[in-house]
Design a protein around this ligand. Structure first.
Ligand code: 13P
Length: 255
């Protein structure tokens, strides 16, 4: 089955509500009506509502950058999947390396959040990736396999096809060092094989697998030409409406 490409922006801790509105105004009409590609922007929680409103009637969806695994309760500082939905989110990034590195996110908590997101109808974008020191000692494949297996633990096969994974090598995030496209393709293929071992090849073929890490308009065409790469999870280059629109139009970009 042909997988619909997915271009997702992760704004991290950037942009106020006013700046989010300005981004939505500045985003080109082409990006707002793009066909054949799914487009998602993940702003900080505070800007979710205004961004969802400002993009209403366009093809651009909005997502959260994390969520809690509980429905509600005494969890100071947390945001539930239902709250994200109510604010207009359709997607949620889970297990980003910055959350793993700075906020104690583990494979087990990612798995809990994944289950909670699915329960509330959010599409999870599950991030996996190795650190530089792991790559240097040939541990990349082990790290990826373990992260994917643990994320999928207890997820019913029929729900797996709708998931999105993102391969984000930690050393490529915000560094300007992109992973070579053929290597990114290889690791995305490994993610798909690992999913297939869990649920069989059918659902694994439906899963979208994104590449993330210093993605720019100049590199996107080559990345998207790789058979295992179905899209991109973009940090820095998603902050400017113009460069994000170029990424959305990846099939018109010449590298
Ligand atoms: P950059 O595109 O800024 O390297 O960030 C990647 C990322 O972490 C997306 O989630």
């Amino acid at each position: 089955m042909a997988r619909v490409p997915l271009m997702a922006g992760n704004w991290k801790m950037h942009k106020t509500r006013a700046e989010a509105r300005a981004f939505a105004d500045a985003l080109s009409a082409d990006a707002k009506s793009a066909r054949g590609v799914e487009v998602v922007v993940c702003p900080p929680f505070t800007a979710l509502g205004v961004l969802a409103e400002a993009l209403e009637g366009t093809v651009v969806k909005v997502g959260g950058q994390d969520c809690d695994s509980h429905d509600q309760g005494a969890y100071t500082g947390q945001t539930s999947p239902a709250m994200l939905r109510e604010a207009g989110a359709t997607h949620v990034i889970l297990g980003h390396s910055e959350r793993r590195q700075y906020y104690g996110e583990t494979d087990a908590s990612v798995n809990e959040k994944l289950k909670a997101s699915l329960k509330h109808g959010l599409v999870p974008i599950v991030c996996v990736g190795e650190k530089l020191e792991e790559r240097e000692v040939q541990l990349t494949d082990n790290v990826i396999i373990v992260q994917v297996q643990r994320a999928l633990s207890g997820i019913p096969a029929e729900q797996v096809g709708g998931l999105v994974f993102a391969y984000e090598p930690v050393w490529a995030i915000g560094t300007g060092k992109t992973c070579a496209s053929d290597e990114a393709n290889r690791v995305c293929g490994l993610i798909r094989e690992t999913i297939a071992r869990h649920v069989g090849p059918g659902p694994a073929d439906d899963v979208r697998i994104l590449y993330g890490g210093s993605v720019k308009p100049e590199t996107i065409a080559e990345q998207m030409a790789q058979p295992q790469i179905d899209g991109a999870l973009v940090g820095g280059a998603s902050l400017e409406a113009e460069s994000f629109a170029k990424l959305v139009a990846f099939d018109q970009v010449t590298a």
